[in-house]
Design a protein around this ligand. Structure first.
Ligand code: HEM
Length: 316
């Protein structure tokens, strides 16, 4: 199985997932059901996470099929650009969905301003991603392309005009002197924020800092979420800048896989009540302790694989 297969496996998750998650979210607003609201926010957040490998596997698919007869570079780049825009909107939607879940625990409801933002962003993201997916289908399905000119010699119609947005962003990241070092610095700050909060929560769950209440720690979670958001953004900018140095890099695959698992682990602390219902001096339940140890192992794994990109893989 190569990256083209992984892309074909993952690339329908964003649109189908958002149709299901968005539909349930709308239903929860109409029926005023809090349980349905929470379930739909979990789906929107989970799909936003899966969209990260879905996006990244696309460049691997490009590498696998770019020299096949009849495959048009400009069609692929137009699809890549459209996917980047849809991806950006889906990640922002996921961030607001996470905020909604956090607000549920803290305020026992999601404020109406956030519900409105999630609804609008879900509809816009779904529209943009459906357009990107349709363009992805056109790469190998001549029968769904219509009314376009043909690349001389190939028999393949090109999109008119060719925006190639992702390549423009990529060139900006690599060709602007301050851009890569700035992203590296922000990536490090994001990581410190995220790991700082994760370690505090995990150590408390394991019985260290017993005087601190879980309610106090719960207030710090948005800082971890901001750190995660900064790192997804800067990480994607690195990837869009030089996809070639990551798509054949084993360390990179492990890193993305571990980020996905750590995201699942974070859902436990975001959605479930049990670790947060405890006061100072109280002991956390065993499931929370298992989640805490696995969070530490996963995030240290992410750190390790990130540092090993040039050594175990071929980056830089
Ligand atoms: C989350 C973002 C993305 C989504 C939702 C997406 C979706 C899709 C879809 C639906 C297809 C058509 C599959 C089919 O023919 O059945 C496709 C194909 C393709 N996509 Fe993407 N895509 C994304 C990102 C990317 C990126 C960043 C690239 C990089 C250039 C890319 C490159 C390709 C290529 C080369 C194909 C043709 C694969 C083949 O037919 O073997 N995609 N994509």
């Amino acid at each position: 199985m190569d990256l083209a297969h992984i892309h074909l496996l993952l690339n329908h998750f964003p649109t189908i997932g958002y149709i299901i998650g968005g539909g349930l979210f709308l239903l929860s607003l109409i029926s005023k059901s809090d349980d349905l609201k929470r379930a739909s926010l979990v789906i929107l957040l989970g799909i936003s996470l899966i969209t990260i490998p879905a996006y990244m596997s696309g460049n691997g698919a490009q590498d696998a099929i770019k020299s096949l007869p009849g495959v048009s570079k400009s069609l692929i780049e137009a699809h890549e650009g459209a996917a980047l825009v849809g991806f950006g909107f889906m990640e922002v939607t996921g961030a607001f969905a996470w905020l909604g879940l956090w607000q549920f625990r803290r305020l026992a409801r999601v404020p109406s301003w956030n519900l409105a933002i999630i609804l609008v962003l879900t509809v816009v993201s779904l529209g943009l991603m459906t357009r990107a997916s349709n363009m992805g289908g056109e790469i190998r399905h001549a029968e769904i392309r219509a009314g376009q000119e043909t690349t001389p010699g190939s028999g393949i119609p090109d999109p008119q005009p060719d925006p190639a947005l992702a390549r423009t962003v990529g060139a900006f990241v690599t060709d602007t002197r301050w851009m890569w070092p700035t992203c590296e610095t922000l990536h490090f700050i994001g990581l410190s924020l995220l790991l700082g909060v994760v370690l505090l929560v995990d150590l408390r769950v394991l019985g260290v800092l017993k005087g601190v209440s879980f309610a106090a720690l719960h207030r710090l979670l948005p800082l971890a979420a901001i750190g995660f958001g900064v790192n997804v953004t800067t990480g994607v900018l690195f990837f869009v800048g030089i996809p070639g140095q990551y798509i054949h890099n084993a360390s990179f695959y492990w890193k993305v896989a571990l980020v996905m698992l750590a995201g699942l682990n974070a859902l436990y602390f975001t959605v479930l009540e049990e670790p947060w219902a405890l006061g100072p001096k109280e002991d956390a339940p065993l499931t929370a302790k298992i989640a805490a140890v696995s969070a530490m192992v996963l995030w240290i794994g992410v750190l390790y694989c990130g540092s090993m990109l040039p050594f175990l893989g071929n980056a830089f």
